[in-house]
Ligand binder design. Structure first.
Ligand code: DAH
Length: 339
């Protein structure tokens, strides 16, 4: 019987089918009730127990092999029939596949980062759940500053010393605490504010913070970096304007406008007919902030700046409503595939 099993296994392996008739022959020879394998099973029942023990497994394997092969032949013929019924029509449209595109905020952020990297800035990061020290106190916010109010800031209930950072300026503090000057860092990240969501405000958005600290850094260095940034991002003849302003962590402080590239200064609804667009806050780092981070303001000075990524994307891509960035509407997102 052993020989017979081996011979049948070899026959099954060598068998091939081209047509339904071949398949029928295969069935008759190997899988039908009257096929040789089933005769073997009848013989098997008559064997003495020690032979049964030895031959049971090979016999079952043979039956399994015959059935597996049958299924493979059936699948093969199904394929053949399908191909015959429906020859390939190369003019049919393909299945659309949507590879996705980069989010406009990612596109803009990559551009901003690329420009400052060319000026030698390193990327720095900090946590989105921040403590009062890094978000406010070390940045020279007085105790009664309105930004510390629940109206403006999300505090963490379990520990009121913790909050969702309201700006990426907190990363300045972390970088200065952790390292030694000189610094030239850029900190992109998400920030949170307790605002009602509208076309112009959202409870979360993105900022990029910059910080340069070294010996003899002046306001003129800051202007140079920011002018380079504005020209690289918005185009060759972009001008910048620094207007005096106030931030607790800078002295002197300014807000920076760039010439409106949408109307080229003619006046349009994006620049509110002024010809200028405000894009960031900036200034010389307040000596108190340096001291809070263990840096001697008599030895080192520097500047910082912070901008909103949504705002820059709004200007570059004419996005009319802040909410579009986070609604995942494909009709919006697909418009950025070419960038
Ligand atoms: N942190 C400010 C904000 O959230 C932006 C800012 C202004 C950052 C002036 C700076 C700066 O580093 O110097 O509105």
């Amino acid at each position: 019987m052993e020989e017979k099993i081996k011979a049948l296994l070899a026959e099954i392996a060598a068998f091939s089918v081209e047509s339904e008739a071949d398949l029928e022959t295969y069935r008759r020879l190997y899988t039908n009730r009257k096929a040789q394998i089933n005769t073997l099973f009848a013989d098997f029942r008559q064997l003495p127990p020690e032979d049964k023990k030895r031959l049971g497994q090979p016999l079952n394997q043979l039956k399994q092999a015959a059935n597996d092969r049958l299924e493979a032949f059936q699948a093969q013929l199904r394929q053949q029939n399908m191909a015959a019924d429906r020859p390939h029509d190369l003019t049919l449209p393909g299945d659309p596949h949507m590879p996705g595109a980069r989010h406009p905020l990612s596109i803009v952020l990559a551009r901003i980062v690329g420009i400052f990297e060319r000026l030698g800035y390193d990327i720095a990061e900090g946590p989105e759940i921040e403590d009062d020290w890094h978000n406010f106190t070390a940045l020279n916010f007085p105790d009664n500053h309105p930004a510390r109010d629940m109206q403006d800031t999300f505090f963490i209930h379990r520990n009121p010393d913790h909050l969702l950072r309201t700006h990426t300026s907190s990363v300045q503090i972390r970088a200065m605490e952790e390292g030694k000057p000189p610094f030239r860092i850029l900190a992109p990240g998400r920030v949170y504010r307790n605002e009602a969501i509208s076309a112009r405000a959202h409870c979360f958005f993105h900022q990029v913070e910059g910080l340069v600290i070294d010996k003899d850094i002046s306001f003129a260095d800051m202007k140079q970096h920011l002018q380079f940034f504005a020209t690289e991002l918005f185009g060759a003849n972009t001008q910048i304007k620094l207007r005096p302003s106030y931030f607790p962590f800078t002295e002197i402080s300014a807000e920076m406008d760039v010439t409106c590239r949408i109307c080229e200064g003619e006046g349009c609804n994006v620049c509110k007919y002024s010809g200028w667009l405000e894009i960031m806050g900036c200034g010389m780092v307040d000596p108190n902030v340096l001291r809070n981070c263990g840096i001697d303001p008599d030895e080192y000075s520097g500047f910082a700046f912070g901008m909103g990524v949504e705002r820059i994307a709004q200007i570059l891509f004419r996005v009319p409503d802040l909410r579009l960035y986070s609604q995942n509407d494909l009709r919006f997102l697909q418009q950025f595939e070419q960038f």
